[in-house]
Design a protein around this ligand. Sequence first.
Ligand code: ADP
Ligand code: NI
Length: 218
Amino acid sequence: MSDSKLIETTKDFVKTTLENAEGGHDWFHVLRVYNNTMLIAKTENVDATVVALAALLHDIADSKFHDGDEAIGPMKAREFLFSQNVDSTVIEHVVKIIENISFSKSLDKKNQWTSDELKVVQDADRLDALGAIGIARAFNYGGFKNRKMFDPGIPPNLNMTKEEYKKSTAPTINHFYEKLLLLKSKMNTKTGKKIAEQRHKYMEEYLEQFYAEWDGKR
Ligand code: ADP
Ligand code: NI
């Protein structure tokens, strides 16, 4: 199968699989990450097929929505790519990226694996956690999980282990300090860093306005 046919088939597979997904982890999230990936890849020396497939399949079965099961996403991706007769080296690379892309995985001090292709897709995924879209996704996820928006009595926890992070039920505003505002300094690529700067600034302004309104000052 040609590469462009494979990408189209993969898009259709992801769209169908994520039909009922939570709004922040749905097909449109995947599409934004795919577009970010292709933009970042332009100035990086990476395998275009690997990054495209990894971007499209990275949230095919997020453990958050599957009782914490971290094996199901990589497994679904592997099965799909195998059914499309994709080269086994490409399959293994894409699966490795899916296993290692998440923020929670980056909190896991051991078993760190990386590649230039992972760095590109990871930046693309992180960009979608920032800025106006990042704010919308965080509150959508918080609502989906019935979390409080904000509670001045529950301070953010800045030193969470991977397990604590995954179990947290803290208010959504805490997530800004526990993850979103930490992303800027974790970006891997030049293009990713540049876009992250602007989105980070926008979130800081948002938080300032949020607290001012909370206190009735604006
Ligand atoms: P990963 O899936 O990369 O480990 P997250 O679990 O933080 O990273 O989830 C990705 C996105 O889901 C976040 O960028 C955010 O939009 C949303 N999200 C995850 N956990 C929370 C949370 N506790 N509060 C609000 N939003 C969250
Ligand atoms: Ni994602």
